[in-house]
Design a protein around this ligand. Structure first.
Ligand SMILES: Cc1cc2nc3c(=O)[nH]c(=O)nc-3n(C[C@H](O)[C@H](O)[C@H](O)COP(=O)(O)OP(=O)(O)OC[C@H]3O[C@@H](n4cnc5c(N)ncnc54)[C@H](O)[C@@H]3O)c2cc1C
Ligand code: SF4
Length: 474
């Protein structure tokens, strides 16, 4: 620990976001950066706890005290090297991880936690700036060939390790570009795609082969692939969006959040979308149904497109401002949060049931909504009850459904292999990440259900270890 009094002398300082009036007119990253001295001072707040709960809170088990100390000393090479021991892509998580580590930071019991996520992004950026992040030549090639299907964070982390360990790795991606939801889900204002391209270039130079526009199960069958590769890793995400079974849901002007966000990401990257296919918020009353992060990304996108108004509806009650007694440190705090997008101008409503979509000439015009209250029975089961006389209409020219994801897409490779799925529809795997089909493995959102980038990376890393052991035995 570089500065034993750092946590007493230095207050938490975050870099903050660019001013609303500036950022809401562009899709550049909203987050700013601290200067080097401030960043080092912030890292110096780490107390090097005997039991680093932050590490326990981090799904990839980043070793926070070690690299906070390296940052404090200005030893950026050690900082990035230490990060890479546990996390393939600190430049992604440093930007977009919700940072459960900070919730678990010991300082968080009575003080403000260390700015772990921002420190991670800084270490990654310094690592790239000084040329410490380079393609790592693989060890002697083993001759084993592994196919990774799906190029999101799980597939990339898995492919990265297997390639470094000497196997021939080919990553197949059905989209025209690599990255999964990093590329076509998460908006540029949270994660600039140049950051994704920079890492993909390092991976490609390190020897990974990327094949885009190949939909495995359609363009290339699973059985053909099994004949060509020693193992197949399915990291296909959980892309089946949840819908709403209410009257009028098929009206024009009602879209899945993913269709909207993906289209905007593609436009930023030069794709031309035909006029009749455009989903545009300009001058519209936009209603986002779903109060989660995907919904928040829709809010930020609609604001940048020039929406007249943006309203976000959430069926659950508003979370408390502070932790409840049944949600203590060091667990993730279930409290009220405001994203950068919410700050940009959005009405948020909680405890709202969407009852009906009302249109004119087959186009959405209004939503019928009502307030609900949540009841808990003796077994802790929750049920909702509409509050009488609260039913009302709100204007809506564009409705975005951000209700989460059900499971991975079964049509295609999952059905072709006849893979067993759990009761939720996620691909079932054993402790070694092998599916019910020998030689076919799976990880990431496809197995856990929709989750986080850092969890996908953690799963991808565990998957790589199992596949490495498997191909070395056959
Ligand atoms: C809008 C949005 C915002 C998010 N924001 C955040 C955030 O801020 N922070 C955070 O931590 N998490 C966020 N998440 C969650 C995070 O992006 C995911 O948990 C993570 O990307 C899952 O990684 P994955 O590798 O399992 O799958 P994905 O990233 O979903 O990648 C799966 C890939 O597989 C490809 N694929 C699927 N089937 C096939 C096939 N048959 N053949 C070839 N390719 C195929 C898909 O095209 C896709 O590229 C967000 C999610 C969404 C939807
Ligand atoms: S990956 Fe996420 S949880 Fe882990 S140290 Fe970084 S910000 Fe914290």
């Amino acid at each position: 620990m570089g500065n034993p009094n750092g946590f007493i002398q230095v207050k938490r300082k975050v870099a903050g976001y660019r001013p609303v009036n500036e950022r809401k007119h562009d899709f550049s990253e909203v987050e700013q950066t601290l200067d080097e001295q401030d960043r080092r001072d912030q890292a110096g707040r780490c107390m090097d706890c005997g039991v680093p709960f932050c590490q326990w809170g981090c799904p990839v088990m980043n070793n926070m005290p070690e690299w906070q100390d390296a940052i404090y000393r200005g030893d950026w090479k050690s900082a990035i090297d230490l990060l890479h021991v546990t996390n393939n892509f600190p430049e992604f998580t440093g930007r977009i991880c919700p940072a459960p580590c900070e919730h678990a930071c010991t300082l968080n019991i009575h003080e403000e936690p260390v700015t772990i996520r921002e420190n991670e992004a800084s270490a990654a950026e310094k690592g790239f700036e000084f040329g410490y992040v380079k393609p790592i030549p693989s060890g002697p090639r083993t001759g084993r060939k592994i196919a990774v299907v799906g190029s999101g964070p799980a597939g990339l982390a898995c492919g990265d390790l297997l390639n470094k360990w000497g196997h021939y790795v080919t990553v197949f991606e059905k989209d025209d570009a690599v990255g999964g939801l990093l590329r076509y889900g998460i908006p540029d204002f949270k994660l600039n795609k140049a950051i994704v391209d920079r890492r993909i270039s390092i991976l490609a130079q390190g020897g990974i082969r990327f094949k885009t526009n190949v939909h495995v199960g359609l363009d290339l069958s699973g059985s053909e692939m099994l004949g060509q590769y020693d193992a197949i890793c399915l990291t296909i995400g959980a892309m089946k969006s949840r819908s709403l079974d209410i009257e009028g849901i098929n009206l024009n002007g009602i879209h899945y959040a993913m269709d909207y966000l993906t289209q905007q990401n593609r436009i930023i990257h030069g794709s031309h979308v035909q006029e009749h296919m455009l989903i545009q918020a300009r001058d519209k009353d936009v209603v986002v149904i779903g109060g989660g992060d995907t919904g928040s990304d829709c809010v930020g996108t609609a604001i940048r497109q020039g929406a007249k108004s943006v309203t976000q509806l959430e069926i659950m009650p508003k979370p408390p401002e502070k932790r409840n007694s049944d949600n203590p440190w060091p667990y993730w705090a279930n409290i009220f949060r405001q994203s950068s997008s919410h700050e940009e101008g959005c009405e948020r409503m909680w405890g709202i049931l969407t009852k009906k979509c009302i249109g004119e000439a087959n186009r959405i015009k209004q939503l019928q909504i009502a307030d609900i209250k949540w009841l808990k029975d003796n077994d802790g089961r929750m049920s909702m009850e509409e509050i009488p006389d609260t039913s009302r209409m709100i204007n809506a020219d564009l409705v975005l459904l951000a209700l989460g994801f059900v499971h991975c897409i079964h049509e295609g490779i999952v059905n072709e292999f006849g893979l067993e799925c759990d009761h939720r529809g996620n691909i079932q795997v054993n402790q070694d990440f092998m599916t019910s089909k020998p030689g076919v493995f799976a990880a990431g959102d496809a197995v856990t259900g929709a989750s986080l980038v850092v969890r996908a990376i953690a799963q991808g890393r565990d998957l790589a270890r199992s596949v490495d052991a498997y191909v070395r035995k056959i």
